[in-house]
Design a protein around this ligand. Structure first.
Ligand SMILES: [Zn+2]
Ligand SMILES: [Zn+2]
Length: 291
């Protein structure tokens, strides 16, 4: 498991890499631009080159880009869809330039429109984004299910993947807080196991490429996306430990997005807590296997 955190790119990619090192991350997630603005920004060529050199030298082994929040591939508004497409293409191209393992995106929201039609629209934009970009993977993140967001269930994620053409470049990113808020009881290792047994069969195990581990401020099935510092929310230490020790996540990057114990952004202390929770989770799995 590549333990990671979302880090700021203020000052550029090399600065982001440094933040990852300070936090002892194996992986980092970054925004490719301000997540609440459309205006595309790009990193400077020398910054990218130096970043790639740093990545080659370790200890950070994976970088993932989180796309802009404004994207709604499912919108009925043609202009919003075309802005979403442009933004996704830009993120995927940046992903290629920096050697990212994927671009994570929230698939979109049907708003007041018919869900089936919304999935069709989103899938079309996703397919186009892949066509207009190179190699970088696009990872659809499951959502907490607020409003009419798409991706609240494995069935919806699978539909999006299939209707977008099922490209090998399409994957999914599962967020522990979103799963829980969307009604999946992942508070224990057994609960998580049964959710994954069924869910990964639906979407295809090979599609799972990335994880977010966040605790949830709100209750099971609340459909509200409110993260809590690790171990302090409804998932609690046990739920986070189970998520951080799940065998099927073993080779994948897993990111804590915040808020942390001390502030919004994940800090070294939070990453330390991830490792501690992981150890606890592994220990209790071993104990149970022996019993
Ligand atoms: Zn997330
Ligand atoms: Zn969230």
């Amino acid at each position: 498991m590549l333990i990671g955190a979302h880090v700021s790119t203020a000052g550029g990619l090399v600065a982001a890499h440094e933040r990852g090192r300070e936090r002892r991350c194996d992986a980092i997630q970054v925004f490719n631009q301000s997540p609440r603005m459309w205006r595309p920004t790009r990193w400077k060529d020398d910054d990218i080159a130096e970043f790639r050199e740093l990545m080659d030298g370790g200890p950070i082994r994976s970088v993932v880009i989180h796309a802009v929040y404004l994207i709604n591939c499912a919108s009925e508004d043609r202009e919003l869809r075309s802005k979403s497409l442009a933004s996704l293409v830009h993120a995927l191209r940046m992903g290629d330039e920096i050697g990212a393992d994927g671009v994570v995106v929230h698939p979109g929201s049907a708003l007041k429109s018919d869900k089936g039609k919304a999935i069709e629209r989103a899938a079309k934009v996703i397919a186009e984004a892949l066509e207009e970009s190179g190699r970088c993977r696009l990872l659809l993140e499951d959502t907490a299910g607020a409003g009419s967001t798409l991706g609240r269930s494995f069935e919806e994620l699978a539909q999006l993947v299939e209707q977008a053409g099922g490209s090998k470049r399409l994957g999914i990113c599962l967020d522990s807080c979103h799963l829980f808020a969307s009604g999946f009881d992942v508070r224990t290792a057994d609960g998580l196991k049964s959710v994954l047994d069924k869910g990964l069969r639906t979407v295809g195990r090979g599609r799972l490429r990335c994880l977010h581990v966040n605790d949830s401020k709100t209750k099971l099935g609340s459909n509200s996306d409110r993260h809590a510092p690790l171990g302090t929310g409804e998932l609690g230490a046990r739920g986070c430990a189970a998520f951080l020790s799940e065998p099927r996540f073993e080779k994948l990057p897993i990111f804590f997005e915040g808020p942390g114990f001390a502030g919004e952004a994940p800090a070294a202390e939070d990453v330390r807590r991830m490792r501690e929770l992981r150890r606890n989770g592994l220990r209790s799995r071993r104990r149970r296997a022996k019993a």
